[in-house]
Design a protein around this ligand. Structure first.
Ligand SMILES: [Zn+2]
Length: 118
């Protein structure tokens, strides 16, 4: 390595570090924890194994990009895609929990009616 190359290399490393420092961690999905296991084909529970101080447990896509370019973009595109399946799984679980045998059929929505008939 020549002195010119060393300067270019250092400049390159400094610009890379600056760029990474300007990025944020993808937030993943921190809500609906009970539904995370129901989307195991698309995502996993990141239990923060390295005790990172910027986040705690959350669900991430298997293809999570981990870093996003700005604070305004909170989740990477892959975790954005995962949000709907997690949300839907949480609603199914919530419906299962809240359906009471004392609730009249007239007050049930269509998924509840289907569950009663089945
Ligand atoms: Zn992500």
């Amino acid at each position: 390595m020549t002195p010119d190359n060393v300067d270019k290399f250092v400049d390159y490393v400094v610009s890379a570090v600056r760029r990474i420092r300007g990025m944020e961690m993808s937030r993943g999905i921190e809500k609906y924890k009970s539904a995370w296991k129901h989307v195991a084909d698309k995502g996993f529970a990141d239990l923060n194994p390295f005790m990172e101080c910027r986040y705690n447990e959350r669900c991430r896509s298997y293809d999570c990009q981990m870093l996003v370019t700005s604070v305004a973009v909170k989740r990477c595109l892959e975790c954005v895609k995962l949000w709907r399946p997690v949300f839907n799984a949480s609603k199914i679980r919530e419906d299962e929990r809240t359906l009471s045998k004392f609730k009249g059929n007239a007050y049930c929505n269509s998924p509840e009616i289907k569950r009663r008939v089945a």
